[in-house]
Design a protein around this ligand. Structure first.
Ligand SMILES: [Zn+2]
Length: 464
């Protein structure tokens, strides 16, 4: 307890070094702070002029002696040189010596927030004076943002050659940076924002082995590949329907901050050829995707209750039934994937059965309306109860090998008016068109994006 108390009382050098050692252990808890504060307050002389916001817990307001000492040091500071405040100095980690003799040498050091760290502990490690810590925590932007620091984040501390604080720099996010400056006029703060610019990028691929590899080959990130599969997930069963020669082309946004690549943005437009059928998608300002003609991509049923990334051997059209060893002759579709693979409700509806028997194993039936029912068999676990309503895409269970099977798979049935249909080819209810008042705007956008997509495809074709 004594050691913990010492950490927050910067009274002399010996204690400060002990404090550094203690904080290196990284075991400082908020609860202990309170205790330490109580102890501390009991021993601290009264009449302090620096009330500290409760939220900070630490630091302690500097004592009158410390303020006097800090002021003394500031007074000794030779500030006739102009401060180098440019950005490049901020990003330098090692000491930078400027050639101008009248300019100060500055040292910039990064401090990583540790688990269990507090702002005060970090500033202490960085060797900030009690007064600096206090003054910084009084600045509104610093107060708001520095309180949220998380382990692993970095705070950059810039000092002059006399070891006095010049700047505190904290990257709030890839675009915004909090900069706290100290000069002879005092402390100031600002949030600097980079200019973000969107660029449109094109990518395309023809599928030769599988969709994932094609996406990677086209330079797409895993997230973009999944986005693309989601956009077309109502039209195409990415687990079983893709064939060699299928191809896609997309336009997507890339965000640049001050000219540097920041991250990928949304897919703006996409075209997918699956077994000769062409599907298109255009993102509208409402954040939804519509076909180039303006029909919603969202439909009453997903083509597949299993994400393609879990399903193996998607290119074997003569898939053998796991029980009979014969080419699919039964009334459903089998998805072979690892035990535990999440299974989704193909559409919203009500669970009319969630049960177990020796043939089906664990099974779930969902009634979507008077016309449509879907069935999911051989589950390892059921995650819904009979009578429960489910949303489209909701996980209803996990793939397993319960019941009369020889290998793990999902047996999926799609029933229309009591008749089993192939879920991958059945004609599904028409999706909603875009709102009438948005239609002309949408079509103008769609025309422009699809033309740009086509143009990029031609350019790429020509270059091959
Ligand atoms: Zn089956």
């Amino acid at each position: 307890m004594i050691t913990i108390g010492v950490i927050f009382i910067p009274s002399d050098d010996a204690e400060a070094s002990r404090a550094t050692k203690s904080s290196l252990s990284g075991k400082i808890r908020l609860g202990e702070h309170s205790d330490a504060e109580t102890t501390d307050n009991d021993t601290r002389p009264n009449g302090n002029a620096y009330p500290v916001p409760l939220a900070f817990r630490t630091p302690k307001p500097p004592s009158a002696d410390e303020i006097a000492r800090d002021t003394q040091e500031s007074g000794n500071l030779d500030l006739n040189g102009s401060l180098d405040l440019n950005e490049s100095a901020l990003t330098q980690v090692t000491a930078s010596t400027t050639t101008e003799p009248e300019e100060e040498q500055e040292t910039s050091e990064e401090f990583t927030v540790r688990s269990g760290d507090t702002l005060a502990a970090l500033f202490k490690r960085a060797g900030l004076t009690a007064r600096d810590v206090y003054e910084i925590t009084q600045l509104p932007k610093a107060k708001k943002n520095l309180l949220k620091i998380l382990p692993g984040e970095e705070i950059i501390i810039v000092k002059n050659d006399a070891g006095q604080l010049k700047r505190v720099v904290y990257h709030l996010d890839p675009i915004s940076t909090l900069k706290i400056c100290k000069d002879d006029k005092g402390y100031s703060e600002e949030i600097i924002k980079k200019t973000v610019e969107n660029r449109t990028q094109f990518a395309s691929a023809t599928i030769s082995s599988n969709f994932w590899n094609a996406g990677v080959g086209a330079g797409l990130t895993p997230n973009q590949i999944m986005q693309l599969a989601t956009i077309f997930g109502w039209d195409i069963d990415f687990a079983l329907d893709l064939r060699q020669g299928d191809n896609f082309a997309i336009l997507f946004e890339e965000e640049y901050a001050d000219g540097e690549f920041l991250r990928n943005g949304n897919i703006l437009a996409a075209e997918f050829y699956n077994q000769g059928d062409r599907y298109t998608a255009v993102r509208y300002k409402d954040g939804n995707y519509y076909s180039a003609e303006g029909r919603s991509m969202r439909k009453a049923f997903l083509r597949s209750p299993v994400d393609f990334k879990y399903v193996s051997s998607s290119f074997n059209p003569r898939r053998l039934h796991p029980v009979t060893g014969q080419v699919r002759a039964h009334r459903g579709v089998d998805y072979v994937a690892a035990v535990g693979t999440p299974i989704k409700a193909a559409g919203k509806g009500r669970v009319i059965k969630s049960s177990y028997n020796q043939y089906n194993g664990n099974y779930v039936f969902i009634k979507h309306n008077e016309t449509y029912t879907t069935k999911y068999l051989h589950l390892k676990r059921r995650k819904v109860k009979q009578g429960q309503t489910v949303k489209q895409g909701q996980i209803i269970g996990t793939l397993g090998s319960t019941g009369r099977v020889t290998g793990a798979h999902l047996h999926y049935e799609f029933i229309v008016n009591g008749v089993h249909r192939n879920p991958r080819t059945v004609k599904l209810p028409q999706s909603l068109p875009i709102a009438r008042k948005e239609k002309s705007n949408f079509l103008a956008l769609s025309k422009q994006l699809m033309a740009k997509l086509e143009q990029n495809k031609q350019v790429q074709l020509a270059s091959q």
